[in-house]
Write a protein that binds this ligand. Structure first.
Ligand SMILES: Cc1ncc(COP(=O)(O)OP(=O)(O)O)c(N)n1
Ligand SMILES: Cc1nc(C(=O)O)sc1CCOP(=O)(O)O
Ligand SMILES: [Mg+2]
Length: 208
């Protein structure tokens, strides 16, 4: 797991959402999370199903935020759960083999250790910068990513990441950058995705 992890905005217009996600995937996002806090259950099923087909066409992974039942219903590649979204071990037990379980760990390495013990495949830390999407999110230090290496699972950075600060996050050791506002708020989403995904290519070249 590596690269640009795109997370959807709360858009009701499914046609607009699909076109924007298509652009993000064309630009190089390798993972797409369906996160729509405003959708009705019927709309969430419709949008998630459409994103399942889209991500499959792009060879990208689809993760569903918050909702294990929806992830199972659309045969997503996995589910992302935060502290209030249900028990990680119980979700692990319900997910078919090979599916991805992601966990929010905010600014706490201890939460990440517990998440891995419960079966999480990746851990997420944030907010690494001030987030316009989630202004009240607790802030997380970039030093967490070096500490998280010992966990043996990929670490995702989230919160306020944009083209001006993404390189710092990659340099700190994050395996993925999860982005909403700086990606889906761009005039040219494909170009913005290419810029953000490109941060990892620079790092690979530096290591070569
Ligand atoms: C990759 C990733 N990291 C963190 C979150 C945040 O999850 P959570 O704390 O449950 O908050 P909501 O997204 O549900 O508002 C995430 N969704 N994805
Ligand atoms: C959904 C979410 N979770 C966060 C956390 O810190 O756990 S920050 C965040 C919002 C990310 O959106 P943007 O890229 O627009 O800042
Ligand atoms: Mg959640």
């Amino acid at each position: 797991m590596h690269g640009l992890y795109a997370i959807t905005p709360d858009w009701a217009d499914s046609k607009r959402l699909l076109a924007a996600c298509d652009a993000a995937l064309r630009g190089g996002a390798t993972i797409l999370q369906y996160r729509n806090k405003l959708a009705t259950p019927a709309q969430a099923l419709e949008q998630a199903s459409a994103l399942r087909a889209l991500t499959s066409n792009h060879g990208a992974s689809l993760i569903i935020n918050d909702d294990l039942a929806l992830a199972l219903a659309v045969d997503a590649d996995g589910v992302h759960l935060g502290g209030d979204d249900g028990d990680l071990a119980a979700a692990r037990a319900q997910l078919p083999a090979g599916k991805i379980l992601g966990a929010s760990c905010y600014n706490q390495l201890a939460l990440a250790q517990q998440a891995v013990a419960a079966g999480a495949d990746y851990v997420a830390f944030g907010a690494v910068f001030a987030s316009g999407t989630k202004p009240l999110a607790v802030r997380a230090e970039l030093t967490l990513f070096a500490q998280a290496r010992a966990l043996g699972v990929p670490a995702v950075a989230i919160g306020g990441i944009d083209t001006a600060n993404a390189a710092q996050v990659v340099e700190a050791g994050a395996d993925c950058i999860a982005v909403i506002g700086a990606l889906f708020g761009a005039d040219d989403i494909e170009a913005r995705a290419r810029q953000l995904a490109g941060m990892f290519h620079v790092k690979q070249l530096e290591r070569a």
